[in-house]
Design a binder for this molecule. Structure first.
Ligand SMILES: *Cc1c(COP(=O)(O)O)cnc(C)c1O
Length: 379
């Protein structure tokens, strides 16, 4: 379980029944600084794609820049344009590469594509102005990047690289969260071989995202590209999480129902409550990214007590068996913790059969969102 979420209560708004998502910018900055210390002297270039993993790029990117980050990664041109408007001086790499016909738009916003194919390389070189870009080498994940045949072709005829300032040669690990995976070392070696074959030995290299930073010095190279760890997710599987927790998600109890005799709960009547007991209905559902998969599997936290999710999660509601919770905490209007110090994102993800990345990026748009400032007085 991650540590150190600041216990600051957002100001209540009368009549507001929305779940509250609190995002601690100071914890985000602390996580960034921890990675800077671990990866030094490599540069730490945060990934803020997908609206900073659903947590708000407009608040998070400036906070990271104020803490010293100079280079950022996004997925798309549209995200790059949004980041450029926030940070006029940052270096911004676009992970998905060069969209067809998009070279002029990227240049206009001074964005750097991660060139993923010979077609990308040719299209970027066409303008002949030596604009900087990353060269993305696929060393085994088989997703984006120049494959071995394309690297060999380019090595045999380097003319296509003329007109491009290769500011970074990058690759991405398939099994970075598993220090035992032999594939990590193979991919690192393949990147080195590609760099040598292409005559780019002097150029900065990058292979590590969050988990790669924790594989040790060999993987740091010139630059690391963490996202998940900055947002508090555990970088390595089956190991304690050294990152600070960043978010807290609380939902409001709308109704409490007493169950005197055996009764069933929710759509499909999938859960049987053995009376006597109490069921609390909370105003959050799968339309908020609170996944249906946690029906009859997940937990919430009331006080210091874990209470099970019972019955199916529906669009706007879910139900908790609060029979064992302290009665004074169970009342309409009371808040239950869904993600926070007592229930981490990674735990919720395990209950839902997914990864923390999907939980974060699915978090809903109808929450009340509160960003705690990076520098709070006295923090
Ligand atoms: C998303 C992404 C990252 C960041 O990954 P995390 O696991 O969130 O740290 C880095 N590099 C590439 C190529 C990515 O797609």
């Amino acid at each position: 379980v991650g540590v150190g979420y600041r216990a600051v209560k957002p100001t209540p708004i009368a009549g507001d029944d929305r779940p509250v998502l609190t995002i601690d910018l100071a914890a985000i900055v602390a996580n960034y600084r921890q990675l800077v210390a671990r990866a030094a002297p490599a540069e730490v270039a945060p990934s803020v794609k997908a609206d900073a993993y659903g947590l708000g790029m407009a608040e998070i990117a400036p906070a990271l820049a104020a803490a010293g980050a100079k280079t950022f990664f996004v997925a798309t041109l549209a995200e790059g344009n949004a980041l450029r408007a926030l940070l006029p001086a940052a270096e911004v790499y676009v992970l998905n590469g060069l969209p067809a016909g998009g070279a002029a738009a990227l240049r206009a916003a001074r964005l750097r594509p991660c060139l993923k194919s010979l077609a990308d390389v040719a299209a970027w070189a066409e303008a002949g102005d030596g604009a900087p870009a990353a060269l993305h080498i696929d060393t085994g994940i088989n997703r984006l990047g120049l494959g071995p045949d394309e690297v060999a072709g380019l090595a045999a005829d380097r003319r296509a690289l003329e007109g491009i300032e290769v500011a970074l040669v990058m690759s991405h690990l398939a099994c970075g969260d598993d220090p035992e995976a032999p594939m990590n070392a193979r991919q690192l070696a393949a990147l080195g071989a590609a760099v040598a074959a292409l005559g780019l030995a002097g150029r900065p290299r990058s292979i590590a995202a969050s988990s790669g930073i924790f594989l040790g010095r060999d993987y740091h190279l010139a630059l690391v590209r963490p996202g998940a760890a900055i947002y508090g997710l555990a970088p390595l599987k089956n190991q304690p999480n050294p990152m600070r927790q960043v978010i807290r998600l609380e939902g409001k109890i709308l109704q409490v129902r007493r169950v005197d005799s055996d009764m069933r709960v929710g759509y499909g009547a999938t859960h049987l409550v053995r009376g006597p007991g109490r069921i609390a209905t909370v105003g959050i559902g799968y339309a908020d990214g609170f996944m249906r998969a946690i029906g009859n599997r997940g937990f919430a936290v009331l006080g210091d007590r874990r209470v099970p999710v019972v019955g199916r999660v529906s669009m706007d509601l879910m139900t908790l068996d609060v029979s064992a919770a302290p009665p004074d905490l169970v009342a309409p209007g009371a808040m239950v913790e869904l993600i926070g110090p007592g229930h981490s994102i990674d735990e919720l993800a395990a209950e839902a059969g997914t990864v923390g990345y999907e939980i974060l990026t699915a978090l809903g748009r109808r929450f009340r969102r509160v960003h705690l400032a990076a520098a709070e007085p006295g923090a």
